[in-house]
Design a protein around this ligand. Sequence first.
Ligand SMILES: [Zn+2]
Ligand SMILES: [Zn+2]
Length: 282
Amino acid sequence: MTITTIIDNPEWLLMLLAPLFIALMLAEYWLGQRGGRLPDNSAYHWPEVVCNFTLAGMHQLADLVTGLLIVQLYLWLFGWRWFEIEMSIGNFLLLLVLQDFCYYWFHRASHRVRWMWAAHVTHHSSERMNFSTAFRQSLMYPIAGMWLFWVPLVIIGFEPKWVVFAVLLNLGLQFFVHTQWIRSLGWLEWVFNTPSHHRVHHGHNPQYIDKNYAGVLIIWDKLFATFEPEVEPVRYGVTKPVNSFNPLVVTFSEWQRLLLDLRAKGLTWPQRLRLLFAPPRD
Ligand SMILES: [Zn+2]
Ligand SMILES: [Zn+2]
Protein backbone atom coordinates (compact mmCIF):
# COMPACT_ATOMS: atom_id res chain seq x y z
CA MET A 1 0.00 0.00 0.00
CA THR A 2 1.38 3.39 -0.99
CA ILE A 3 0.55 6.86 0.33
CA THR A 4 -1.40 7.51 -2.92
CA THR A 5 -3.73 4.57 -2.14
CA ILE A 6 -4.49 6.08 1.29
CA ILE A 7 -5.04 9.56 -0.16
CA ASP A 8 -7.48 8.08 -2.70
CA ASN A 9 -9.24 6.08 0.07
CA PRO A 10 -8.74 8.29 3.15
CA GLU A 11 -11.19 6.22 5.24
CA TRP A 12 -8.53 3.45 5.25
CA LEU A 13 -6.29 5.62 7.41
CA LEU A 14 -8.23 4.92 10.61
CA MET A 15 -8.35 1.20 9.76
CA LEU A 16 -4.56 1.19 9.29
CA LEU A 17 -4.15 2.82 12.69
CA ALA A 18 -6.62 0.38 14.32
CA PRO A 19 -3.99 -2.23 15.41
CA LEU A 20 -2.04 0.52 17.21
CA PHE A 21 -5.25 1.77 18.85
CA ILE A 22 -6.07 -1.74 20.09
CA ALA A 23 -2.52 -2.41 21.36
CA LEU A 24 -2.51 0.85 23.33
CA MET A 25 -5.95 0.15 24.84
CA LEU A 26 -4.80 -3.31 25.96
CA ALA A 27 -1.60 -1.85 27.45
CA GLU A 28 -3.58 0.86 29.27
CA TYR A 29 -6.03 -1.73 30.59
CA TRP A 30 -3.23 -3.98 31.90
CA LEU A 31 -1.32 -1.09 33.43
CA GLY A 32 -4.37 0.55 34.98
CA GLN A 33 -6.77 -2.16 36.00
CA ARG A 34 -4.44 -5.11 36.43
CA GLY A 35 -1.44 -3.14 37.63
CA GLY A 36 -3.48 -0.63 39.66
CA ARG A 37 -1.19 2.15 38.47
CA LEU A 38 -3.84 4.46 37.02
CA PRO A 39 -6.69 6.36 38.77
CA ASP A 40 -10.10 4.70 39.19
CA ASN A 41 -11.70 7.00 36.62
CA SER A 42 -9.41 5.59 33.91
CA ALA A 43 -10.99 2.13 34.35
CA TYR A 44 -12.36 0.16 31.40
CA HIS A 45 -15.96 -0.25 32.53
CA TRP A 46 -17.26 -2.81 30.04
CA PRO A 47 -20.82 -1.49 29.44
CA GLU A 48 -19.24 1.87 28.66
CA VAL A 49 -16.48 0.42 26.45
CA VAL A 50 -19.13 -1.45 24.40
CA CYS A 51 -21.15 1.80 24.19
CA ASN A 52 -18.03 3.73 23.04
CA PHE A 53 -17.26 1.19 20.29
CA THR A 54 -20.88 1.13 19.12
CA LEU A 55 -20.87 4.93 18.93
CA ALA A 56 -17.67 4.77 16.82
CA GLY A 57 -19.33 2.28 14.44
CA MET A 58 -22.47 4.43 14.12
CA HIS A 59 -20.32 7.51 13.49
CA GLN A 60 -18.26 5.73 10.79
CA LEU A 61 -21.41 4.52 9.03
CA ALA A 62 -22.99 8.00 9.04
CA ASP A 63 -19.71 9.46 7.72
CA LEU A 64 -19.52 6.89 4.91
CA VAL A 65 -23.08 7.61 3.77
CA THR A 66 -22.98 11.42 4.05
CA GLY A 67 -19.31 11.54 2.97
CA LEU A 68 -20.33 10.67 -0.60
CA LEU A 69 -22.63 13.72 -0.76
CA ILE A 70 -20.18 16.03 1.00
CA VAL A 71 -17.32 15.11 -1.37
CA GLN A 72 -19.59 15.89 -4.33
CA LEU A 73 -20.29 19.31 -2.82
CA TYR A 74 -16.54 19.89 -2.21
CA LEU A 75 -15.74 18.90 -5.82
CA TRP A 76 -18.34 21.39 -7.07
CA LEU A 77 -16.92 24.16 -4.84
CA PHE A 78 -13.39 23.21 -5.94
CA GLY A 79 -14.42 24.48 -9.39
CA TRP A 80 -14.41 28.01 -7.87
CA ARG A 81 -10.98 27.64 -6.21
CA TRP A 82 -8.82 30.73 -5.77
CA PHE A 83 -5.39 29.09 -6.33
CA GLU A 84 -3.90 26.10 -8.15
CA ILE A 85 -2.08 24.26 -5.35
CA GLU A 86 0.40 21.52 -6.30
CA MET A 87 0.73 19.04 -3.43
CA SER A 88 4.37 19.33 -2.28
CA ILE A 89 5.67 18.55 1.22
CA GLY A 90 5.57 22.28 2.06
CA ASN A 91 1.97 22.65 0.87
CA PHE A 92 0.96 19.45 2.66
CA LEU A 93 2.34 20.85 5.94
CA LEU A 94 0.53 24.13 5.23
CA LEU A 95 -2.72 22.18 4.71
CA LEU A 96 -2.22 20.34 8.04
CA VAL A 97 -1.72 23.62 9.91
CA LEU A 98 -4.68 25.35 8.20
CA GLN A 99 -6.94 22.33 8.77
CA ASP A 100 -5.93 22.27 12.44
CA PHE A 101 -6.81 25.99 12.64
CA CYS A 102 -10.25 25.25 11.11
CA TYR A 103 -10.61 22.32 13.56
CA TYR A 104 -10.05 24.71 16.49
CA TRP A 105 -12.99 26.87 15.31
CA PHE A 106 -15.17 23.82 14.57
CA HIS A 107 -14.48 22.53 18.08
CA ARG A 108 -15.02 25.93 19.73
CA ALA A 109 -18.33 26.33 17.87
CA SER A 110 -19.29 22.78 18.95
CA HIS A 111 -19.12 23.95 22.57
CA ARG A 112 -20.67 27.41 22.13
CA VAL A 113 -23.52 26.78 19.66
CA ARG A 114 -26.37 24.69 21.10
CA TRP A 115 -27.14 23.00 17.74
CA MET A 116 -23.56 21.78 17.44
CA TRP A 117 -23.21 20.92 21.14
CA ALA A 118 -26.17 18.52 20.74
CA ALA A 119 -23.85 16.37 18.60
CA HIS A 120 -20.56 17.00 20.41
CA VAL A 121 -21.86 16.35 23.96
CA THR A 122 -21.73 12.61 23.13
CA HIS A 123 -17.93 12.84 23.20
CA HIS A 124 -17.97 14.55 26.60
CA SER A 125 -20.59 12.61 28.55
CA SER A 126 -18.28 9.91 29.94
CA GLU A 127 -17.11 10.32 33.53
CA ARG A 128 -14.00 8.27 32.79
CA MET A 129 -10.98 9.01 30.64
CA ASN A 130 -9.09 6.29 28.80
CA PHE A 131 -8.17 5.61 25.16
CA SER A 132 -11.66 4.18 24.50
CA THR A 133 -13.15 7.65 25.26
CA ALA A 134 -11.73 8.76 21.89
CA PHE A 135 -14.23 6.43 20.20
CA ARG A 136 -17.25 8.23 21.70
CA GLN A 137 -18.40 10.12 18.63
CA SER A 138 -21.80 11.19 17.33
CA LEU A 139 -23.44 10.09 14.11
CA MET A 140 -25.04 13.56 14.07
CA TYR A 141 -21.87 15.49 13.12
CA PRO A 142 -22.90 15.77 9.44
CA ILE A 143 -26.26 17.25 10.56
CA ALA A 144 -24.51 19.56 13.04
CA GLY A 145 -22.48 20.95 10.11
CA MET A 146 -18.90 19.75 10.75
CA TRP A 147 -18.23 19.58 6.99
CA LEU A 148 -18.86 23.35 6.65
CA PHE A 149 -15.64 24.14 8.52
CA TRP A 150 -13.42 22.52 5.85
CA VAL A 151 -15.07 24.41 2.95
CA PRO A 152 -12.57 27.35 3.15
CA LEU A 153 -9.70 24.88 2.51
CA VAL A 154 -11.40 23.65 -0.69
CA ILE A 155 -12.16 27.23 -1.83
CA ILE A 156 -8.50 28.22 -1.26
CA GLY A 157 -7.55 25.42 -3.67
CA PHE A 158 -6.65 22.28 -1.70
CA GLU A 159 -7.95 19.21 -3.53
CA PRO A 160 -10.95 17.69 -1.63
CA LYS A 161 -9.30 14.26 -1.21
CA TRP A 162 -6.31 15.89 0.52
CA VAL A 163 -8.65 17.92 2.73
CA VAL A 164 -10.54 14.77 3.78
CA PHE A 165 -7.21 13.05 4.44
CA ALA A 166 -6.07 15.97 6.65
CA VAL A 167 -9.37 15.87 8.59
CA LEU A 168 -9.09 12.12 9.23
CA LEU A 169 -5.40 12.35 10.13
CA ASN A 170 -6.23 15.06 12.67
CA LEU A 171 -9.02 12.91 14.18
CA GLY A 172 -6.75 9.83 14.18
CA LEU A 173 -3.99 11.70 16.03
CA GLN A 174 -6.47 12.82 18.68
CA PHE A 175 -6.86 9.21 19.81
CA PHE A 176 -3.47 9.50 21.54
CA VAL A 177 -4.49 12.38 23.85
CA HIS A 178 -7.31 10.41 25.52
CA THR A 179 -5.36 8.87 28.38
CA GLN A 180 -4.30 9.38 32.00
CA TRP A 181 -1.20 7.26 31.39
CA ILE A 182 1.01 10.20 30.34
CA ARG A 183 1.35 13.00 32.91
CA SER A 184 3.47 15.45 30.90
CA LEU A 185 5.36 15.51 27.61
CA GLY A 186 7.88 18.19 28.62
CA TRP A 187 8.58 20.90 26.03
CA LEU A 188 6.01 19.36 23.62
CA GLU A 189 3.32 20.73 25.99
CA TRP A 190 4.14 24.22 24.69
CA VAL A 191 3.27 23.48 21.07
CA PHE A 192 1.09 20.39 20.89
CA ASN A 193 -2.24 19.26 22.28
CA THR A 194 -1.17 16.61 24.81
CA PRO A 195 -2.99 14.16 27.11
CA SER A 196 -2.66 16.73 29.93
CA HIS A 197 -4.23 19.55 27.85
CA HIS A 198 -7.01 17.29 26.60
CA ARG A 199 -7.82 15.96 30.08
CA VAL A 200 -8.57 19.58 31.00
CA HIS A 201 -10.87 19.79 27.97
CA HIS A 202 -12.89 16.81 29.27
CA GLY A 203 -13.24 18.27 32.78
CA HIS A 204 -16.31 19.86 34.31
CA ASN A 205 -14.38 21.60 37.10
CA PRO A 206 -15.56 25.22 36.63
CA GLN A 207 -12.14 26.50 35.48
CA TYR A 208 -11.81 23.69 32.89
CA ILE A 209 -15.17 24.15 31.09
CA ASP A 210 -14.82 25.32 27.46
CA LYS A 211 -11.02 25.28 27.50
CA ASN A 212 -8.33 23.66 25.30
CA TYR A 213 -10.21 23.17 22.01
CA ALA A 214 -7.02 22.18 20.17
CA GLY A 215 -6.85 19.31 17.71
CA VAL A 216 -3.08 18.87 17.25
CA LEU A 217 -1.55 22.30 17.98
CA ILE A 218 -2.28 23.93 21.36
CA ILE A 219 -1.03 27.28 20.00
CA TRP A 220 -4.56 28.23 18.85
CA ASP A 221 -5.87 28.10 22.45
CA LYS A 222 -2.95 30.25 23.58
CA LEU A 223 -3.57 32.73 20.73
CA PHE A 224 -7.33 32.97 21.28
CA ALA A 225 -7.33 32.92 25.12
CA THR A 226 -8.96 29.53 25.69
CA PHE A 227 -5.93 27.78 27.20
CA GLU A 228 -6.03 26.33 30.73
CA PRO A 229 -3.23 24.22 32.26
CA GLU A 230 -3.97 21.03 34.23
CA VAL A 231 -3.55 21.91 37.89
CA GLU A 232 -6.45 20.51 39.96
CA PRO A 233 -7.37 16.82 39.39
CA VAL A 234 -9.89 16.64 36.55
CA ARG A 235 -13.51 15.63 37.21
CA TYR A 236 -14.56 14.14 33.89
CA GLY A 237 -17.93 14.50 32.17
CA VAL A 238 -20.61 17.15 31.78
CA THR A 239 -22.60 19.09 34.38
CA LYS A 240 -25.79 17.16 33.49
CA PRO A 241 -24.72 13.49 33.25
CA VAL A 242 -26.45 11.30 30.68
CA ASN A 243 -26.52 8.28 33.07
CA SER A 244 -26.80 5.72 30.29
CA PHE A 245 -24.65 3.29 28.35
CA ASN A 246 -27.25 2.98 25.61
CA PRO A 247 -25.62 4.46 22.47
CA LEU A 248 -28.98 5.79 21.22
CA VAL A 249 -29.70 7.58 24.52
CA VAL A 250 -26.12 8.93 24.58
CA THR A 251 -26.50 10.17 20.97
CA PHE A 252 -29.96 11.70 21.11
CA SER A 253 -30.67 12.87 24.69
CA GLU A 254 -29.39 16.44 24.10
CA TRP A 255 -31.27 16.64 20.76
CA GLN A 256 -34.39 15.65 22.67
CA ARG A 257 -33.81 18.38 25.28
CA LEU A 258 -33.20 20.90 22.51
CA LEU A 259 -36.46 19.92 20.82
CA LEU A 260 -38.36 20.29 24.11
CA ASP A 261 -36.88 23.76 24.64
CA LEU A 262 -37.81 24.75 21.08
CA ARG A 263 -41.40 23.60 21.62
CA ALA A 264 -41.83 25.61 24.83
CA LYS A 265 -45.05 27.64 24.84
CA GLY A 266 -44.93 31.35 24.06
CA LEU A 267 -41.65 31.35 22.09
CA THR A 268 -41.56 33.41 18.91
CA TRP A 269 -39.74 32.08 15.82
CA PRO A 270 -36.84 34.55 16.17
CA GLN A 271 -36.46 33.40 19.81
CA ARG A 272 -36.41 29.77 18.66
CA LEU A 273 -33.73 30.58 16.09
CA ARG A 274 -31.64 32.35 18.74
CA LEU A 275 -31.99 29.32 21.00
CA LEU A 276 -30.46 27.09 18.30
CA PHE A 277 -27.38 29.30 18.03
CA ALA A 278 -27.02 30.37 21.69
CA PRO A 279 -24.48 28.66 23.97
CA PRO A 280 -25.70 25.47 25.70
CA ARG A 281 -27.58 25.91 28.98
CA ASP A 282 -24.98 23.92 30.96
ZN1 LIG B 1 -15.00 19.12 23.02
ZN1 LIG C 1 -11.73 14.21 23.58
